[in-house]
Design a binder for this molecule. Structure first.
Ligand SMILES: Cc1ncc(COP(=O)(O)O)c(C=O)c1O
Length: 430
């Protein structure tokens, strides 16, 4: 599937959002969200279970729109669970996973089950966690609390080191020789937990399908093996990781991953195949739909053109944290709209960098740098937009340097701008 660039249609709305709500401001393009969800559903149609990983973008209004398109929510804490609930997603479509689950998180899952509102499942990270959940479930008088085992597939994900959570050396999940202990610690087949299957996640922003294919093969083999002794062990959750490369770059789309599945299933005897398959993407659904608009604060010459803008690692930490790359385009140049794609526009004739401008954020850290981009002549007050800023941006933001959270604006399908979250206040800091 080819993707069209939404910038020509969105540029004016981005400028209006900046004028109306100030900068920095996040804008989510509802049409972009819907298109991504449709593409995902076409690749993994029913009866696939599609869970949105809330960690990618936890703005309740965004989660609500994704829920309304028919996805469930995958959460890692009671905080994310509360957001998913506020977004109107019922517990039966919410899954709880994550390496940081506390007793309070597990107790909440046990209580919800006791109240007759169980989560779809809880994915277990370790034998310790299995024992804790079993104890809390017993305490709440619950039986049959559905769990998956988070399996570390020990593959070599084709992605940045910091995103390669499916590597054997990572802190995530159970190694294959730890699974039996976790089941035992959780009370085995007669305890309060109902073992439903395997959960894995290879990594984020996967550049190829090979490690994913290996991981799925290993996951299928485990389901086939454990199905023998555990009635109802029928689920394989393949996590997320579908990439969003810079527009125009090639990267495997969800359909390319899905194409691997039939052959992999064929390699398992029919009665040992999982009855339920799930995916839980985050980035793919929200990254492209998200924009972060900032204003130019300083224009400098440092042996090349440099600008400092009013947004950076506090709103988008990915470049500083793991060298994430985000294209930046100009929305205005000398106060006038720049409407051509890529923000080319007028450039200084004597530019030594061929039009590339080094863009920096406003934070008192030199790693707060946003890369070099082809930008026109800019002056203080000009507007720029950072692309692909819908995933791991707002949800990963901080108030470092005393900066309140920027507002969240949704560009609705009919072109209206809705304020989904106000700018944080300086009074609430400290
Ligand atoms: C277990 C799990 N599932 C799903 C995801 C979502 O990944 P992505 O946003 O790359 O699709 C993550 C991201 O870290 C994860 O840890």
């Amino acid at each position: 599937m080819t993707e069209t660039d939404r910038l020509p249609e969105l540029a004016e709305s981005l400028r209006v959002a900046a004028r109306r709500f100030g900068t920095p401001v996040y804008l989510t393009d509802a049409v972009g969200l819907i298109r991504a969800a449709q593409e995902l559903r076409a690749a993994f149609p029913d009866p696939w279970i599609r869970q949105y990983s809330v960690k990618a973008n936890d703005v309740a209004a965004v989660v609500a729109r994704i829920g309304a398109i028919g996805l469930g929510a995958n959460v890692v804490s009671r905080g994310e669970w509360a957001i998913a609930s506020r977004a109107g997603i019922p517990n039966e479509r919410i899954t709880l996973e994550g390496i940081g689950k506390t007793d309070a998180d597990l107790r909440a899952a046990a209580r919800a089950a006791a109240d007759g509102r169980p989560l779809r499942w809880v994915a277990i990270e370790s034998a310790d966690e299995a024992a804790a959940l079993a104890r809390l479930a017993r305490g709440a008088g619950v039986t049959g609390l559905e769990v998956l085992l988070r399996f570390n597939p020990a593959v070599e994900p084709e992605t940045l080191h910091g995103l390669a959570v499916g590597a054997g050396s990572s802190k995530f999940g159970l190694a294959d020789d730890e699974l039996a202990d976790a089941i035992e610690a959780g009370g085995g087949s007669d305890g309060p937990l109902r073992w439903r299957g395997i959960h894995l996640h290879v990594g984020s922003q996967l550049g190829a399908v090979d490690a994913w294919r290996d991981a799925v093969r290993r996951g299928l083999a485990l389901v086939a093996l454990l199905r023998g002794g555990l009635p109802g062990f029928d689920t394989l959750d393949l996590g997320g990781g579908f990439p969003v490369p810079p527009l125009g770059d090639l990267g495997p789309r969800p359909e390319r991953f899905a194409r691997e599945i039939p052959d992999l299933l064929e390699s398992v005897p029919l009665d040992r195949r999982p009855g339920r398959l799930a995916v839980e993407p985050g980035r793919f659904l929200v990254a492209r739909a998200g924009w972060l608009v900032g204003s130019v604060l300083h224009v400098r010459d440092r042996g090349g053109r440099m600008v400092v803008i009013d947004t950076g690692m506090t709103e988008l930490i990915r470049p500083a944290l793991y060298d994430g790359r985000h294209p930046i385009v100009a929305l205005t140049s000398h106060g006038r709209p720049v409407d051509q794609v890529g923000g080319a526009g007028s450039r200084p004739s004597d530019d030594p960098d061929g039009g590339l401008v080094h863009v920096h954020g406003p934070i008192c850290e030199s790693t707060d740098a946003l890369g070099s981009h082809p930008l026109p002549v800019l002056r203080r007050g000009d507007l720029v937009a950072i692309r692909e800023a819908g995933a791991y941006a707002a949800s990963f933001s901080s108030t470092y340097n005393g900066r309140p959270r920027p507002p969240q604006v949704i560009l609705e399908e009919d072109g209206r701008l809705t304020l989904a979250r106000r700018r944080g206040s300086t009074a609430a800091l400290g």
